[in-house]
Design a protein around this ligand. Structure first.
Ligand code: C2O
Ligand code: CU
Length: 476
C-alpha cells in the first residue's frame, strides 16, 4: 500500500474565468424577480431566484409533475466559455424542482444520453424503489424513460443527480436543486437557491480529462473554477434593498471540494440543514459545506453596499506558499429605498426528540493499492455488495466513522437522517464530513425501511469503491 498524502490539494483559480472574461461585455446577472407589492395576499408563494424551474404540467395543486430529459448540450458558462455539458432539459444545473411538503412528485425521466443512467433524489426519505440506486433500479437505457413517483415527506433543500458513473455525470453537469417548501414557514422577500460547484478546466478552457492525475483518485476531483448556478461565480450578481429579508438555500454539488463560506455585509443565521429547518437558528462566521450538504441561511440587509457570499479557497502564491483567497460566489448590490425592514418570525419548532441508542456500529474508511489501482474501502471492502448491517425500522444507531488516512470523506447515507454528536453542527444531516485521520460519531435514525446506499460523496472515492449498503427491515 502506498502512503497517502495528508495535505489537501491547494488549487485555484485566480482565475481562468476572469482571464476569459477580459474584454467581454457579457453580463451574467440574473434579474431579480419582481417582489410582491403592497397588497399582500393571504398566502404568498415564495419568490425564488436561482435558475429555471421545472414546469409542473399537472394542474392539481398537490401534484408536481415534471419532465426531465438528459442530453448533451453546449453550455455557456459565461464570458464565451462554452463547454459540451450533460444537462437536464438543456440546462446546467438542471431545472429546480419546486414542491411543498406532502406533495406527490412525478418525474418523467427520458434518457437522451449515450449511457444508462438513474436519478437519485439526494436527501429525500422516499421508497428505495424510487431512490435511483443502480443496485435496485436497472439504469434507464439510452432512449428509454422511467417514471419516478414519490411523496416528499419533509420540507427542506434537496438536490438530484445520477448514480451511475457519478464522477463524470455530476462534473459534466447532471445536477439540480429540489426545494420542498413548508407553507407554515415565514414569508421572505426573496429566496435564493445557490448551487455552488466547481469544474476542472484545462488552460484552454476545455474540461480536464477524468482521473488525469493521481491526485484525483486520492482527494477527488477538485476544480479550478467556481460556479454559481452554472455560471462562473464572478458573474453571479443580485439586487436587493435595505430592509429586505431573504432565505438562501445553498447546495454544494461539487465532486469533491469542501467549501468554507461566509457572508460579508449582512446579518445572517443558519436556519436549516440537510434535514430541514433547525429548531434553534445559530450565527456563524464561517460555514463548512461538504459536497452533498445543504445549508439554509436567513439573511437581512441592514445597510447600503455590497453583500458577498465568499468562498474561502486555498491557493498558492508566487513563492509556492499556501494562501487563502476569498472568492465571491455571489455579490448582491443593496440600495436604500427607505423601506421598512421585513420581520421574520418562525413558528416554534420542537427540538429533536431524545432517542436512546439501540445499537452501536463502526465504519472504517481506508484504501489499498489493488491490482487495478487505488481501491477505497469501507470496513475492508471495496464496492461492497453485501449489506454492511441490517437494522430494524425505528432503531437509533450510533455509528462511529473512522477515517484512518489523510484524505477527508463526506459520508452520505441514503434514505435516513442523522445527527452529528456534539453541538458544533446541529440539525439533521444526510452527509457528514469526516476529516483526515479523524473519528466522527453520528446518531442515525433508521426510520425508512429499504436497501440503502452508504458511501463517500467524493464521487471519485465512491467510484473507486467507497460504496456500501445497509438494510433497514420494516417494522412488523
Ligand atoms: Cu448525492 Cu448516493 O448521493
Ligand atoms: Cu471519500
Amino acid at each position: 500500500m502506498k502512503p497517502m498524502s495528508v495535505r489537501r490539494p491547494s488549487v485555484l483559480i485566480p482565475s481562468i474565468a476572469a482571464a476569459l472574461l477580459l474584454g467581454s461585455t457579457a453580463c451574467g446577472a440574473e434579474p431579480t424577480p419582481e417582489l410582491p407589492g403592497g397588497d399582500t395576499p393571504e398566502v404568498l408563494a415564495p419568490v425564488v431566484w436561482g435558475g429555471e424551474v421545472a414546469k409542473d404540467v399537472d394542474p392539481d395543486p398537490d401534484v408536481v409533475e415534471v419532465w426531465l430529459t438528459s442530453e448533451e448540450k453546449e453550455i455557456d458558462l459565461g464570458g464565451g466559455t462554452v463547454l459540451p455539458m450533460l444537462t437536464y432539459n438543456g440546462l446546467y444545473p438542471g431545472p429546480r424542482i419546486e414542491a411543498k411538503v406532502g406533495d406527490e412528485v412525478v418525474v418523467h425521466f427520458v434518457n437522451g444520453l449515450r449511457e444508462p443512467q438513474t436519478i437519485h433524489w439526494h436527501g429525500l426519505r422516499i421508497s428505495d424503489q424510487m431512490d435511483g440506486s443502480p443496485r435496485i433500479q436497472s439504469p434507464v437505457e439510452p432512449g428509454d424513460s422511467f417514471e419516478y413517483r414519490f411523496v416528499v415527506p419533509e420540507a427542506g433543500t434537496f438536490w438530484y443527480h445520477p448514480h451511475v458513473r457519478s464522477n463524470v455525470a455530476v462534473e459534466r453537469g447532471l445536477q439540480g436543486a429540489l426545494v420542498v417548501h413548508d407553507p407554515a414557514d415565514p414569508h421572505f422577500d426573496l429566496e435564493r437557491v445557490i448551487v455552488v460547484d466547481d469544474l476542472l478546466l484545462n488552460a484552454d478552457g476545455t474540461l480536464a480529462s477524468f482521473f488525469g492525475s493521481h491526485m484525483e483518485g486520492m482527494h477527488g476531483r477538485w476544480g479550478n473554477v467556481l460556479l454559481t448556478n452554472g455560471r462562473f461565480s464572478e458573474l453571479a450578481t443580485g439586487e436587493a434593498v435595505v430592509g429586505q429579508a431573504e432565505r438562501w438555500r445553498i447546495v454544494n454539488t461539487a465532486n469533491a471540494r469542501t467549501m468554507s463560506l461566509s457572508v460579508e455585509g449582512a446579518d445572517f443565521w443558519v436556519v436549516g440543514t440537510d434535514g430541514g429547518r433547525l429548531p434553534t437558528p445559530y450565527r456563524s462566521s464561517r460555514i463548512t459545506v461538504a459536497v452533498g450538504q445543504r445549508y439554509d441561511l436567513e439573511v437581512h440587509y441592514d445597510a447600503v453596499g455590497e453583500v458577498r457570499l465568499y468562498n474561502h479557497v486555498l491557493s498558492s502564491d508566487a513563492q509556492g506558499n499556501t494562501v487563502e483567497l476569498a472568492l465571491p460566489n455571489l455579490v448582491v448590490d443593496v440600495v436604500d429605498t427607505a423601506r421598512a425592514p421585513t420581520e421574520i418570525v418562525w413558528a416554534p419548532k420542537d427540538a429533536l426528540p431524545e432517542r436512546s441508542v439501540d445499537r452501536s456500529e463502526e465504519l472504517v474508511f481506508d484504501a489499498v493499492q489493488g491490482a487495478n489501482g487505488l481501491e477505497w474501502r469501507i470496513n475492508g471492502v471495496s464496492h461492497g455488495m453485501e449489506p454492511l448491517f441490517t437494522f430494524a425500522e425505528g432503531e437509533t444507531v450510533e455509528l462511529l466513522l473512522r477515517n484512518t488516512l489523510g484524505p477527508e470523506h463526506p459520508f452520505h447515507l441514503h434514505g435516513q437522517f442523522f445527527a452529528i454528536a456534539g453541538t458544533a453542527q446541529p440539525g439533521l444531516k444526510d452527509t457528514v464530513l469526516v476529516p483526515g485521520m479523524s473519528d466522527v460519531r453520528i446518531t442515525a435514525f433508521m426510520d425508512n425501511p429499504g436497501r440503502w446506499m452508504a458511501h463517500c460523496h467524493i464521487l471519485e472515492h465512491a467510484e473507486l469503491g467507497m460504496m456500501s449498503e445497509i438494510v433497514v427491515t420494516p417494522a412488523p
